[in-house]
Design a protein around this ligand. Sequence first.
Ligand code: GPP
Ligand code: MG
Ligand code: MG
Ligand code: MG
Length: 348
Amino acid sequence: MGAKDDDKTRFMAVFRELADGLVRDEIDDRQVKIAVEWIKRMIDYNVPHGKLNRGLAVVDGVRALKAAKNETVDEEELKRAMVVGWCIEFLQAYFLVADDIMDESVTRRGQPCWYRQPDVKMTAINDGILLEMMLYKCLKKYCKGLECYADLVELFHDVTYQTASGQLIDLITAPIGVVDLSKYTMEAYMRIVTYKTAFYTFYLPAACAMRLCGVKDEAAYEKANEICIKLGQFFQIQDDYLDCYGDPEVIGKIGTDIQDNKCGWLVVQALLKCTDEQRKIIEENYGRADAECEKKIKALYVDLDLEATYKKYEEESYADLRSIMESQKVLPEGLFGAMLAKIYKRQK
Ligand code: GPP
Ligand code: MG
Ligand code: MG
Ligand code: MG
């Protein structure tokens, strides 16, 4: 077993400890039995089944920051990095439970979306609130005595706000039943993805690692933010591409962007490349809850060869990101390099 496999095994063991602790708190609080059972099932269904990229990025980040100072990570620091990593995974679980309701999605991480469970439905909204608050319970339990505790709490709050504000524009740019193609500009797209994805997916793990390692220099956080925004844009463009071209068996979710009227990367590209006639096809078929309309849009994407446009973008953007990371001296390259390596050419 390599170091990475070791980390993953340890990381899963820390999840078990956190989940068991949260359930134990309920029992200690004399929670009714059916609620204890519910919470246990709800956590196990929604939290641990993802790629764990965000959570493990905290661990990789702490290692990279320590290595840059010729220091190694001790047991206590490793455990703490893992706990904070799971806090991000709880936040992500909350976002996904809520996002799937809003996007009317069908599957997530290879299983039915939580709100689609027959006995769950809109209880999922409350479960989302619980998942979010569980992260603060874990943070308090394991990090309250640390000098960086208040900064960590503030960071989670700030990033949650940014994400919800991105989710807002994602949703209101795509009203059900109203197709207004003039809204689908690259500028609008970039704002949406920066806020709904980049901050929580990349800046949050990087900044958590920096806080845990005692980084105080505000300029370093600004630099991390700048790089993470670019990584996040790259990641969400991949997500939008996979929504249409990914294999649901592999990505674990069925794409909904076309029917949901989303201001996604593919439709923005299509609008930049299409003829007036093709634009009419988009106007008549985009954003309809109709599989035939969706097929026509997908056929148009083939005519416009958007797959090639995407492949070209991925190559150029990757090279660009590598050079941005390597050309700065403020932060160790490893803080971001591991994240980029995990997502480059991803299929899920
Ligand atoms: C990804 O959008 C963004 C999120 C999951 C953030 C949700 C934010 C909330 C405040 C609830 P997406 O809909 O493209 O993701 P996916 O393709 O995974 O459904
Ligand atoms: Mg969404
Ligand atoms: Mg979604
Ligand atoms: Mg998506």
